[in-house]
Ligand binder design. Sequence first.
Ligand SMILES: C[S@@+](CC[C@H](N)C(=O)[O-])C[C@H]1O[C@@H](n2cnc3c(N)ncnc32)[C@H](O)[C@@H]1O
Length: 323
Amino acid sequence: MALAHLMEHKLLSDVTGFSALRTGALAERLVTQDRSAKLGEHWKADISVCDRQVLTRDKKVAWYTERPDEAQFTPAARKLLEQYSNIPADKVEDHVVNIRNEAWDIFPYPCIGQFRFLDLTLREFDIYPDVLKRLHDGQRLLDMGCCFGQEIRQLVQDGAPAENIYGCDLREEYIALGYKLFRDKDKLKANFITANIFDVTSPLTELSGRFDMIFAGSFFHLWGYEQQVKVSKLVAALLRPQKGSIILGRQVGSYSAVEPGHVTNADGKMFQHSVESLKKMWKDIGDDLGISFTVDAKLAESEGLLKFLPSNARRIWFTIRRE
Ligand SMILES: C[S@@+](CC[C@H](N)C(=O)[O-])C[C@H]1O[C@@H](n2cnc3c(N)ncnc32)[C@H](O)[C@@H]1O
């Protein structure tokens, strides 16, 4: 795979100025080698097996399954694809696998390998009926790091006015694949924005202070602690500055907070929050911003996660409410 192709897909020059390969010297060396239009065998010995697997989109990683199992392809996801997207029941699984394979070549996130884009999380929150009501009342919701935007399609299928729903992702290709997955390019009225959360000149920042609700699924965990604090502040700035504005979501968490290395994360780290560390981080953020946030969070079992993460790992579900 030519390096130019990797650069185009933002792998080497990922979003925060960090390289997904994490060693600037290595990235520089690869660029130099690419100038000679030849990726020789010798450089491969210099990078870790994991880095190489990301570079080459190797499928022999613990977080890649050829086809979705029943826990991944839930009845709710099937129903959405069959009823909202009108995909025949006997064709729907092949369709999902084909889209996943295209997405894997764009960037091999573990959640893509694991078919996590079939997760419909928002509807599992106790406050889901309230989210729908707020959208009906004219409030706005942003799905931050929406990827294919499955949560947006579920909201629309459940009757929410699409004009009040926004999705934002770094990768335009994922948003395009979302239209392809759900076959709704000509009918969906939701708003999609391609933007890097760190880019303060992006079209997303024009909407600062205008979202009543922000959903963030497997988003904040894309960074280590320090970067998570920055991202959380940037996301908080998108919220309408009034009591009751909320950020809700789920991501990888842990019984005791840890920050292991992570091969696809931009800064090479993944801070996995415990309930306590998440509350403390938002207390500190609130103190810094002069705002008070209330955090409700809980850990949930997830067998899928434990296939490739330590036994302490769980999903953490959270609601962060501005007071
Ligand atoms: C792991 S996926 C989660 C997708 C989806 N929210 C879900 O729960 O299934 C993370 C998404 O965040 C996007 N992303 C990564 N870095 C970003 C950034 N700096 N700004 C905006 N989106 C970003 C990725 O392109 C990817 O689609």
